[in-house]
Design a protein. Structure first.
Length: 194
C-alpha cells in the first residue's frame, strides 16, 4: 500500500511561550524526534505543514516536503485540508503531530500493519482514556478530510466511522503525551530520570 505521512506543525505554541517544536530536548529540536522516526518508515512521501520557515528548513533537510500554512489561525483542520489537497495519490494518510517525542517505532509500525491488513479504514493510537494522533486514514475519506473546519482535526470524522476504526493500544501512555507547556516537558523529563 502507498502511505503518505503528514506532520502537522502549524500550532501557535501559545501555552509554551515560544515555538515548542524548535525547543531543544535531548540534544535536538523537539520535532526532530518525530521526523527521525518518519525517516525509518516505509512511506511514499513525507510532508510537514507549517507556517514556520525554520521548521520548513529542518523538514527539507530531512527530505520532508513543506506545505506552507499561511493561515494557521484557522486551526488544525485547515492544515489537514491543505495536506490532503497537495498530497500525491496514496492509499492512506498517516497524520502525526510534532510534540509527541515519546511516540515509539513499535506503535508507528503497528498502525501501518493494521492498516495494510485491509480490515480497517482508520487506525489510531490510543490508551484507556483517549485516542487520536498518530492516525492513519484511508484515501476514501479524502473529501471529508478536505472539508474539515475548526481546531478539532479529524476526531469528528473518526467518531462518525468508529465501526471502521481500530484503536491500537500503545505500550505506554506517555507515548501520546502532547508537550504543550514547559511544565509538561519537565514532567516528562522527571519521569524519564533514573
Amino acid at each position: 500500500m502507498i502511505i503518505n505521512s503528514i506532520l502537522l506543525a502549524a500550532g501557535a505554541s501559545s501555552r509554551f511561550g515560544s515555538n515548542k517544536l524548535l525547543h531543544q530536548w535531548q540534544g535536538k529540536p523537539l520535532i526532530m524526534h518525530t521526523i527521525e522516526k518518519l525517516q525509518q518508515l516505509p512511506l511514499n512521501r513525507r510532508y510537514v505543514v507549517s507556517p514556520n520557515n525554520r521548521l520548513a528548513q529542518l523538514a527539507k533537510e530531512a527530505d520532508l516536503e513543506w506545505i506552507p500554512n499561511n493561515e494557521p489561525q484557522r486551526g488544525l483542520s485547515h492544515s489537514i485540508a491543505l495536506a490532503v489537497e497537495q498530497s500525491s495519490p496514496c492509499d492512506g494518510y498517516l497524520f502525526l503531530v510534532g510534540d509527541q517525542p515519546m511516540l515509539s517505532m513499535e506503535t508507528l509500525q503497528a498502525l501501518i500493519s493494521y492498516f495494510e491488513s485491509g480490515h480497517f479504514s482508520i487506525v489510531c493510537a490510543g490508551d484507556n482514556s483517549h485516542y487520536g494522533n498518530p492516525c492513519l486514514i484511508s484515501h476514501h475519506f479524502t473529501h471529508q478530510l478536505a472539508q474539515l473546519t475548526g481546531d478539532t482535526g479529524a476526531k469528528l470524522l473518526i467518531r462518525q466511522h468508529l465501526e471502521q476504526t481500530y484503536i491500537y493500544p500503545v505500550s505506554h501512555a506517555y507515548e501520546l503525551w502532547d508537550i504543550d507547556t514547559p511544565q509538561s516537558l519537565l514532567q516528562l523529563e522527571n519521569m524519564l530520570s533514573p
